[in-house]
Every structure is written in C-alpha cells, then in structure tokens.
Design a protein around this ligand. Structure first.
Ligand code: UDP
Ligand code: GLC
Ligand code: MN
Length: 331
C-alpha cells in the first residue's frame, strides 16, 4: 500500500504538535498506509526531526495565503488564510490516492477503509451541512487538478477565506451528485457538534472514528494535569464543560506518545506546557537575589505614581487589592 497515504499539514510548531498526535494515533491503530506531513519553512528543525520519527515523508512547501481578511473575519479566524497551503497536497502524485486530515484531528480506530472512497469524499460541515468539512477528505493527487485549484484560488477566491470555501466551490456538486462521497459524520466528528446536538452525540458519539477539534481553541491551548489525566476546565469554554473526554484523549495521546519524542529532541522538558511555565517561573524566582522591599509610599505618592503609569501591580495596586476595594465600595 505504498501508493496511498494519509497527509496532513503544519505551518508552525504548534500545529506540528497536532500533526504528531494525529500521526501517532494513525500508527497506534496500525494503518498500512504511508504518513506524509507537509511543512512550511517556519517549522523548526527540531520539530521536523521529531516529525521524521513518526511520518514516512516530510515535504517542504511554500505557504499559500489567501490574505482574504474580509472573508476570514466572518469566521473570526484571521489566521486561516494560510490553509490555502493545503492545496499542495494535490501535487503528491507519487501516491494514487490520499486522505488529507487536519492537524487538529485525532484517530480513534483504524480508518484505512476510507481508501475505498473516491475523490472528493468528505463529511458534512456541522455549520452548513450542504458543504463538506475540509478537515478530512479523500482525494486523488493530480497535477492537473492542482493547477486548476491554484488557478481557481486566484480567479474565484474562497467564500470563507480558507481552503474549505474554495474546495466547496471547486467540488461544487458534492452535496447532490453521489451519496458515496458523503462520509459518515463519525469520520469527522467535530467537537462543536457535541453541544449543538447533544442527544445525537449521546446516541452515536460512541461510534466516533475521528475527532476534529475544530475552532480557535485547540487541544494544545489547554493546560493538562498529568496526575488527574484531565485538562483544566475553563467555565467559558463549552466543549470542555460538556464533554472533555476527547480533549483528555488528545492529551493522553500527547503525553504517552509525543511528549517523550519532544523531550528526546530537546523541544520540551515536560509533558504539559502549563507545568513548564510553572517550572520556568520557579527557576526565575530562585535566581532572584533578595532585595529588601521598598518603604511603603504615602497615598499621595502612590496616586502620583499611578497617574504616571507606574502602578505597583505586584504589590499594593495588585488586581486582588483593587478588587477588594471595589467589593468594599459595592457592599
Ligand atoms: N494550519 C496550519 N497553520 C495554521 C493554521 C492552519 O498548519 O496557522 C493547518 C493545520 O493542518 C490545520 C488546518 O490547516 O489543522 C486547518 O486549520 P484549523 O484546523 O485551525 O481550522 P478549523 O478546523 O479550526 O476550522
Ligand atoms: C474549516 C475546516 C478547516 C478549514 C477552515 C478554513 O472549518 O475545518 O479544515 O481549513 O474551515 O476554510
Ligand atoms: Mn481543523
């Protein structure tokens, strides 16, 4: 099966971590296909070395950016212009068929059966089900299609500023032409669908094969506590409040399979970025020499300093003290 591959993309080291979790999850579930990651020059050499431990091929590509801030503003994701870089996947003509997967996806079981599908097969987008979500799709590399897509990107652009808008306009009969090209939703279960249709998730969620952490908060943005094996919950974030299981699975995969590789290659010392920050802070504190605290300023002096923008944020003017004062007034 050396002429078929799973393909992903990372234009920076953070998405590189995502790609590593995806790659190790495909390996864990014993795919018989090749693993390919497209990287841009911004990905560090260390990260490329680690990617090389998991992926069969690392292909350097130049960043393609729609620079379409107007459309990207509508999806509130100004950073996604670079997803045009995905289009390079059509140039991998040494493979006859591929499955592209976003670097924020996680595989929960073997999904090699997807190679029986034809271009362009994908699952519906949870936001607009007549569009497919471009986080997971089956395609056939072809220089002809590649050129047509590049041409299309410059002449027609994308209605969302990213690859998904472009690909949906290009493969415009996906919604109606052939039901076999509609992948079941369990091949691209996005975390947003969990709280937008909870009963369906309760009914079918256990069959999920691929989880997609779609949205601007990615698993690597959370802090993970390896002792409880849970991500720290943030009350603002629905996905972690309703169903943190998938996030925990991502982190579990990260700590067991990816973190040791990152440590080996000197990218990270600790499994959890949060822990690393703590450690850096305590290191910095331990290196500080002791200086006696300054004499307490009079309230007149403090007011002056405050007006000059020199508030004592770490001391008397700390957020905690300001809040206490406000509470006292309000009560
Ligand atoms: N991507 C990347 N660098 C970026 C943004 C995106 O490499 O700065 C790639 C990565 O593979 C990612 C995909 O493009 O998974 C699509 O972006 P994202 O997953 O953030 O979009 P979403 O699925 O949240 O809409
Ligand atoms: C979507 C897809 C993602 C794509 C982005 C921009 O939400 O999940 O893969 O890159 O839109 O088009
Ligand atoms: Mn994604």
């Amino acid at each position: 099966m050396s002429d078929q591959a799973f393909v992903t993309l990372a234009t920076n080291d953070l998405y590189g971590k995502g790609a590593l979790v995806l790659g190790t999850s495909l390996r864990k579930h014993k795919t018989t296909r090749q693993l390919v990651v497209l990287v841009s020059p911004q990905v560090s050499n260390n990260m490329r070395a680690v990617l090389g431990r998991v992926f069969d091929e690392i292909i350097l590509v130049n960043v393609l950016d729609s620079k379409d801030s107007a459309h990207l503003a509508m999806i509130k994701r100004p950073e996604l212009g670079v997803t045009f870089t995905k289009l390079h996947c059509w140039a991998l003509t040494h493979y006859s068929k591929c499955i592209f997967m976003d670097a924020d996806t996680l595989v929960l079981c073997n999904i090699d059966e997807l190679f029986q599908r034809e271009e362009l097969s994908a699952a519906p987008d949870p936001g607009w089900p007549d569009c497919f979500n471009s986080g997971v799709f089956v395609y056939r590399p072809s220089i002809e299609t590649y050129n047509e897509l590049l041409q299309f990107s410059t002449t027609k652009g994308s209605f969302d500023g990213g690859d998904q808008g472009l690909l949906n306009s290009f493969f415009s009969n996906w919604a109606t032409a052939d039901i076999n090209k509609h992948l079941p939703f369990i091949y691209n279960l996005s975390s947003v669908a969990i709280y937008s249709y909870l009963p369906a998730f309760k009914q079918y969620g256990a069959d999920a094969k691929v989880v997609h952490f779609l949205g601007n908060v990615k698993p690597w943005n959370y802090t993970y506590d390896p002792t409880t094996r849970c991500v720290m919950r943030d009350s603002q974030d629905h996905s972690s409040v309703v169903h943190p299981e998938f996030l925990n699975m991502w982190w579990d995969a990260f700590t067991t399979s990816v973190s040791p590789l990152l440590i080996e290659h000197g990218i990270s010392k600790e499994a959890s970025p949060g822990k690393q920050e703590e450690e850096k802070l305590s290191e910095a504190v331990s290196q500080l020499s002791f200086t006696p605290p300054p004499p307490v300023a009079s309230s007149e002096e403090r007011r002056k300093k405050w007006e000059q923008g020199q508030a004592d944020y770490m001391g008397v003017d700390s957020f905690e003290n300001i809040q206490k004062k406000l509470d006292a007034y309000l009560n």
